[in-house]
Design a protein around this ligand. Structure first.
Ligand code: FEO
Length: 171
């Protein structure tokens, strides 16, 4: 049995990760409509990764005999007027998710739930990578995005991103 608060936060995180997937799908859709298929690919893979994250929380709760409660997923209602809006919203969202993961870690730490802390270690590292990726995208866009040739090259680079399953695996 997990601590009630830890279990509740882990449960809520399933929803937050699924919302993240939904948000990135919306971002992918924005770029699809713009004709920037490389960017659309990058955000589509991001959406797949978020679904994986949700499933890791789902599986961890089940593995620990906890009840999983699925809630409604919020509507991604951000209006993107330009490409940079999407990139910045991505970074802002990842910083928010980092704060959520930290809050679960803090709750687990307070009740000496070392198992959950160890499970969350992977997410702590993952959030560092997610924020770096989002920051790198913004930097590249600032450097090359205003020039059509630069944007074309950047789009080509992002088209090469391929999906790989998370390195963390739960039975
Ligand atoms: Fe699941 Fe992008 O954090």
């Amino acid at each position: 049995m997990l601590d009630k608060k830890v279990s509740k936060l882990l449960n809520e995180q399933i929803n937050k990760e699924l919302y993240s997937a939904y948000l990135y799908l919306d971002m992918s859709s924005y770029f699809e409509e713009r004709g920037l298929n490389g960017f659309a690919n990058w955000y589509m893979i991001q959406a797949q990764e978020e679904r994986d994250h949700a499933m890791l929380f789902y599986q961890y709760l089940h593995n620990n005999g906890e009840k999983v409660t699925l809630d409604a997923i919020g509507k991604p209602d951000k209006i993107f007027k330009k490409d940079m809006d999407v990139l910045k919203a991505g970074l802002e969202h990842e910083e928010y998710v980092t704060s959520l993961i930290n809050a679960i870690y803090d709750a687990a730490y307070k009740v000496k739930d070392f198992r959950t802390m160890q499970f969350l270690d992977w997410f702590i590292k993952e959030q560092g990578e997610e924020e770096t990726n989002a920051n790198d995208m913004i930097t590249k866009m600032e450097l090359f995005g205003s020039d059509p040739k630069g944007l074309y090259m950047l789009n080509q680079e992002l088209a090469a991103r391929t999906y790989s399953a998370p390195s963390l695996k739960l039975d």
